[in-house]
Design a protein around this ligand. Structure first.
Ligand SMILES: [Zn+2]
Length: 442
């Protein structure tokens, strides 16, 4: 690419909100070129090497004004196109197609990043570690242009990302692209082809920024191209709690990286405070609780409420009550004296279950009864049926002149769970002995 002084008229300078004075630009260039300068009383004294003196009529030292617009005749002019500025650009150009710098404020070591990330998390009974972290340098291209604003020369910088796209002012500010220092030794490598295509992309962005005001104007050449090398960090955090480990990947600009919430695999909760269940699952601490029955630390979502005791317990310690449909602890079940089914205590009232208490009269052509009578034809001799059902069984009752009959039938198989009779006016059911069952059923 060509680095040349600005040409007059008919060219436009790209707009940019990143600008600095010529004095600041010269300061930067002197530091970048590692020239021998001494600063005193607002004047920079530059010792020239033998080879550099020819450009200044053999002078061994230049006195450069720190304040822009200085009229002191003793001082070397910083004017664009003047001998000093022209020489300075030549020196910059001589270092290669682009200069190499990096933001002053960015983490240079993994330790700086890990410390910031670790602070974001609390791990109950464990620790957070770095499970690997890699720092990679990405180049941002800075093209510097001279522009005149209100009669004064300023330097405008235009930034282009490594993929050739323009960089928002906000990102440039956050990454510190304006506050840079030289990379004196072993700058990261960018091969010539990639550099030239990046510079070409930068010039296209510059042209877009210029022609938005005047489509016919040509874009001025940049004074200098600089690569600002910005570090990106990627890796993963590991949360170790006893024998258990969970990990969380991270990646982003090293200067901007912040702790991200851990998304728990099991509960789906997002958190910065982690803990482990007794069976070794890492989750958000607010999603972990204790089973009232076993004392085990488990996930809140695995709890059910025992409908008898109200205890919050693991589902595996409960069974579903066939009458209420609600879970209850296994030892909170008892047998109903009427139907002999195991039901939760909350479904029992004076040892009789809700299903047995709430029988409904049905007609003989009720499909449920038709089904039962079809299987156990002997029951067809009975009339005046009432029926109730639980999740598992039909409970059917029939009356005759002298007796009552109770039959409890499995809803799926129609097998008889229980068969009993009682006197017409008695409330006591007498189980029918196995030997005499067939007399009633067949
Ligand atoms: Zn019952």
């Amino acid at each position: 690419m060509s680095i040349s002084p600005p040409s007059p008229s008919e060219t436009v300078v790209p707009e940019s909100s990143h600008r600095e004075s010529v004095v600041d630009f010269v300061h930067w260039a002197l530091v970048q070129l590692q020239l021998n300068t001494v600063e005193q009383d607002g004047v920079v004294r530059l010792r020239l090497s033998e080879t550099d003196r020819a450009a200044f009529g053999g002078q061994a030292e230049l006195r450069l004004p720190l304040q822009s617009g200085s009229t002191d005749q003793q001082l070397e002019s910083l004017e664009l196109g003047g001998r000093f500025f022209t020489w300075l650009l030549e020196r910059l150009k001589a270092t290669g197609p682009a200069l190499h710098v990096r933001p002053i404020k960015q983490p240079l070591a993994v330790n700086n990043i890990s410390a910031r990330l670790f602070d974001g998390y609390r791990v109950d009974g464990g620790q957070v570690h770095l499970g690997g972290c890699q720092l990679t340098d990405f180049p941002f291209l800075r093209l510097s242009f001279a522009a005149t604003e209100s009669g004064e020369t300023v330097i405008r910088h235009l930034f282009v990302a490594h993929d050739g796209t323009s960089v928002s002012d906000q990102l440039a500010g956050k990454l510190g692209l304006m506050e840079v220092e030289p990379i004196a030794k072993l700058p990261p490598r960018l091969d010539d082809a990639a550099l030239h295509s990046l510079i070409a992309a930068g010039r296209r962005v510059a042209a877009q920024s210029s022609t938005s005001r005047d489509p016919s104007a040509a874009t001025i050449d940049p004074l200098v191209a600089t690569l600002v090398w910005v570090k990106q960090a990627s890796g993963q955090l590991q949360f170790n709690i006893e024998e258990t480990t969970a990990s969380l990947p991270f990646s982003g600009w090293a200067a901007l990286i912040q702790p991200q919430p851990f998304i728990a695999q099991h509960s789906g909760a997002s958190t910065f405070h982690l803990a482990a269940t007794d069976d070794g699952r890492v989750d958000a601490v607010e999603e972990i609780t204790t089973c009232d029955h076993s004392g085990r630390r488990i996930l809140r979502q695995e709890l059910v409420t025992c409908s008898v005791t109200g205890k919050q317990v693991l589902e595996e310690f409960t069974e579903q009550c066939p009458v209420s449909g609600q879970p209850a602890l296994a030892d909170e079940f008892a047998s109903c004296v009427t139907c002999r089914e195991q039901v939760s205590r909350s479904a029992l009232d004076r040892e009789v279950c809700t299903a047995c208490r709430k029988m409904s009269k049905i007609k003989k052509d009720d499909p449920r009864l038709v089904w039962i009578l079809g299987e156990h034809t002997g029951l067809d001799r009975w009339n005046r049926w009432q029926l109730s059902e639980t999740q598992n069984v039909y409970i059917a009752q029939a009356d005759s002149l002298l007796k009552r009959l109770l039959v409890v039938v499995d809803k799926e198989t129609l097998s008889v769970h229980h068969l009993a009779t009682s006197g017409r006016l008695s409330s006591v059911w007498i189980p029918v002995a196995d030997e005499t069952r067939d007399e009633l059923l067949k």
